[in-house]
Design a protein around this ligand. Structure first.
Ligand code: NAD
Length: 489
């Protein structure tokens, strides 16, 4: 059985308390690893090491040197891609093909991109009225950044914090979710091998209520980048008031995926299914509410149900598996609980809704992909984030009705629109209140693209060039060129 440790000040180490816990394979319930369980003392040590690295070796490096290290780490990740894919598969329960084709190469591509933008946070020269003075801005790193990540794409979302933090010259103390910590721990070795100085990257693993809160309130930490649920995001914003710490929030969603009668039917059906089922629906931007224009509603519901029912749910390690396990017993209980809520609210179960039977599913947390039809936007299954393979279908009358239903949510992470009408596309992308809008596609991500959350899906922006500026703070400089004494005293 493997052991995964904390990574503090350039060294793998046990928790100060010596405590560990077990990591479970969600596909079969077996214990696959022991994980060091940090506490507040370990966080304090990690934050002190990060500050020392910022004040020392890492802080003194040029942007070109930072670039070389990040690019090498990306290369090393690709060289060891299969090993990381296997770890991610066993930790999250996602199909091996998804881990191989998405999680690991996408994480490496983001890291590579961050290596290319280490000098990109450029300031401005600002014209000021006094010709004897010049004003310019600098963007400088915060120093120590705290990162807190969820369990759904552990390595990818960890790299989304490590990459921009290090690219802009910060040091980082990162906490992965306890239930999926293996790849975040393992990746530190690659950064060390790539030449990252001790203390620039630290990984502490443990419960959010102790380790997470200790990161947010540590006096060295000047910015916290959080990805996770809206409820925990709210708690972190409260805690950030203590030290007036900057926070960047990437939170939950209940994204609408809108299909108009003039859409390319096959493209829209594929978009609805892939939109919700990537990573078994455990995806923040998942298109969990499919809104369908009435003339094609019955046909779309039938085609989506057929497609969902044809997908192979099974052992995540199996090459032919399309949907693996739900990440944990707790999340399994949440998802199956929402399926019961949907039934009791009067939604029509069209497919799935059950736990697959058979010896290959023994001990694992499996749920059949599930479609509810004739859902109203007031039902809990249409309003609350389920975070599993559950899609709700809602009919709509016309464009105005679609916009009204789509925007009637507390969230604002993503939206999808399927239509062949070019004028309608322009109206819809402006009317939808979400940080991302997909048109005739869904779930695409690129390092260059910003990923903002609107309303209760987040604040600020991560990813893309706009997201790079989340990791730096602005400094304004006014310099006198006239040589004259200043003031009126
Ligand atoms: P979560 O909010 O329960 O946990 C996220 C992280 O926060 C974990 O590391 C957890 O240990 C930590 N945490 C928990 N309590 C804390 C506290 N009091 N202080 C500090 N840290 C604390 O989320 P989850 O269940 O791991 O992940 C699923 C959620 O993440 C969903 O809501 C999903 O939409 C969201 N998510 C959002 C994005 C995005 O980019 N917007 C991406 C992926 C996931």
């Amino acid at each position: 059985m493997r052991e995964f440790k904390l990574f503090i000040d350039g060294q793998y180490c046990d928790a100060a308390s010596g405590e560990t816990y077990n990591s479970i394979h969600p596909g079969n319930g077996e214990v696959i690893a022991t994980i060091a369980k940090a506490g507040p003392d370990d966080v304090a040590r990690a934050c002190t090491a990060a500050q020392a690295a910022f004040d020392g070796g890492w802080g003194a490096m040029t942007s070109a040197e930072r670039s070389t290290i990040l690019a090498r780490a990306a290369e090393l990740l690709l060289e060891r891609a299969e090993e990381f894919a296997q770890l991610e598969m066993a930790d999250v329960g996602k199909p091996i093909n998804e881990a191989r084709n998405i999680d690991i190469p996408v994480a490496a591509s983001y890291l590579q991109w961050y290596s290319e933008v280490t000098d990109a946070a450029a300031g401005q020269t600002i014209p000021v009225p006094d010709p004897g003075q010049v004003d310019f801005t600098l963007y400088e790193p915060y120093g120590v950044v705290g990162g807190i990540a969820p369990w759904n794409f552990p390595l990818f979302l960890g790299i989304l914090k490590i990459g921009p933090a290090l690219a802009t010259g910060n040091c980082i103390v990162l906490k992965p979710a306890s239930i999926t910590a293996m790849t975040t721990s393992a990746v530190c070795e690659l950064f060390a091998e790539a030449g990252l100085p001790a203390g620039a990257l630290n990984v502490v693993i443990g419960p959010g209520s102790t380790v997470g809160e200790a990161i947010v309130t540590d006096p060295h930490v000047r910015m916290v980048s959080f990805t996770g649920s809206t409820a925990v995001g709210r708690r972190i914003i409260e805690l950030s008031q203590h030290n007036i710490t900057n926070v960047s929030m990437e939170l939950g969603g209940k994204s609408p995926n809108i299909i108009f009668a003039d859409a390319d039917f096959d493209q829209a059906v594929a978009g609805a299914v892939f939109g919700v089922l990537l990573n078994n629906g455990q995806n923040c931007i998942a298109g969990t509410r499919v809104l369908v224009e009435k003339p094609i509603y019955d046909d779309v519901v039938a085609a989506v149900a057929d497609k969902m029912a044809s997908l192979k749910v099974g052992n995540p390690a199996d090459e032919s598996t399309q949907l693996g396990a739900i990440v944990s017993q707790q999340q399994f209980d949440t998802v199956t609980g929402y399926i019961e809520i949907g039934k009791s609210e009067g939604a029509r179960l069209v497919c799935g809704g059950s736990v697959p039977g058979g010896p290959e599913f023994a001990g694992g947390f499996y749920v059949q992909p599930t479609l509810f039809a004739d859902v109203t936007n007031e039902m809990r299954v249409a309003r609350e984030e389920i975070f599993g393979p559950v899609l709700v279908a809602i009919p709509f009358e016309d464009e105005a009705d679609a916009i009204r239903i789509a925007n009637d949510t507390d969230y604002g992470l993503g939206s999808g629109v399927f239509t062949t009408n070019a004028d309608r596309i322009q109206r819809m992308v402006r009317a939808l209140k979400s940080g991302t809008v997909y048109v005739n596609c869904y779930n695409a991500v690129y390092p260059q693209s910003p990923f903002p959350g609107w309303r209760q899906s987040g604040n600020g922006v991560e990813r893309g060039m706009a997201g790079l500026f989340t990791y730096v703070r602005i400094k304004n400089v006014i310099q006198d060129l006239s040589g004259q004494p200043i003031g009126w005293f």
